[in-house]
Design a binder for this molecule. Sequence first.
Ligand SMILES: Cc1cc2nc3c(=O)[nH]c(=O)nc-3n(C[C@H](O)[C@H](O)[C@H](O)COP(=O)(O)OP(=O)(O)OC[C@H]3O[C@@H](n4cnc5c(N)ncnc54)[C@H](O)[C@@H]3O)c2cc1C
Length: 414
Amino acid sequence: MNRRVVVVGAGVIGVACADALAQAGWSVTLIDRGRVGGACSHGNCGYVCPSHVLPLAGPGVLLSTLKTLFQKNSPLAIRFRADPALWSWMFRFARRCNRRDMLTAGRALHALLQSSRTLYGQLFDRGEVAAEWSPTGLLFVFRSPAEQEHYAATDALLRSEFGVGADRFQGDELSALEPALVPGLGGGWLYRGDGHLQPAELMANWSAAARARGVAIREKCEFHDVVVRRRRVIAVRAGDDEIPTDAVVVAAGSWTPLLHRAVGIRLPIEPGKGVSLTTSRPSVCPKYPMIFEEHRVAVTPFAGGFRIGSTMEFAGYDSTINPKRIGLLTDAAKLYLREPMGPDVREQWMGWRPMIPDGLPVIGPAPRADNLWIAAGHGMLGVSLATGTARLITEMLDGRPPHVDPRPYRADRF
Ligand SMILES: Cc1cc2nc3c(=O)[nH]c(=O)nc-3n(C[C@H](O)[C@H](O)[C@H](O)COP(=O)(O)OP(=O)(O)OC[C@H]3O[C@@H](n4cnc5c(N)ncnc54)[C@H](O)[C@@H]3O)c2cc1C
């Protein structure tokens, strides 16, 4: 009989893990308290971006974050409250705002981002999963020439430390590259190694491919706990059932810290709320996905639509969508694009990024039992890191040598 595994959480990380484990011969049950791809993996910007190798915590970030917090209309917001988990998260984040920690985390992120990018290429080349995959690159755009110049130091760092460099475009070159931009912008940097996809299609088609490979998918099935005998999980309590199993992978995104009793550790993961607005395609639609750096707003063109996304709000598990924060997206897009959005609004969305202070996901054994694993805390990069995470998890469960050094992702590093 095949070895059985239950994967908890059917976001991009859970679906990737379920599919990879099924390919490795495991008999997989994938459960979700809601529906497949119904949480943060639905309305994100769909970037697969090895260029995002530097974690959020870096030198000078603390000061700039504090300044931003007091600005009106800032994309970053923190709802301060008497919540020890939030304060401890912020303290841990603050401690890592230095060059040494940033580069150490960057090296670990780089390994997983590169492996994921290669694996996505293979996944889409095999033609098993359609998701509008478009490996055209990601354009960072600046309004101010000074900010564009200032970014040269970051690009040089990415090039020298990680071999991830961009091509620089200015003036008419930028307008020729991306005619959807307004004239007179400061300039842009194109990271040609990045790609983008349509997140909802990815989730629908990847889960269908996994199902075709034999993965049993159970929606509206909430995980409660594990049944442990002599340090081994023998079953999972979910919904009204006990599901017998030989291993468990918890990939519950932002909800993972709420499962601390089951996994034996309270991980410092905070929900970082982001919003997006999806419309029909503008008549002058961008060719490239772009990040408007000074406003921290991202846009993605799809075959049948267009998305603007951004903002980061630490407000606990609050799922409201504040129209003012959607307004921040369109206000920013107006400054950069000839046509900031399409005529028909299709969706206003929010998702909780599973934010972790050092910017590295947790991928590895959970303390509670020897056959219990965690794959969570992918922050702003869950789509970009999913395929590498799934390969690493599969290698760990199979007891095979890992393709990247797993030590930076340990659950007990905090
Ligand atoms: C505006 C925005 C833009 C973004 N853009 C990008 C981008 O361009 N590129 C990129 O790489 N990343 C991006 N991200 C981040 C990315 O979306 C996340 O990192 C990723 O979706 C996290 O995936 P996940 O599977 O860990 O979590 P989720 O997708 O949140 O999935 C977790 C699942 O676990 C389930 N669950 C929780 N608790 C239980 C339980 N007890 N029992 C059963 N099921 C449970 C939930 O129902 C949920 O379906 C963006 C995020 C936002 C908000």
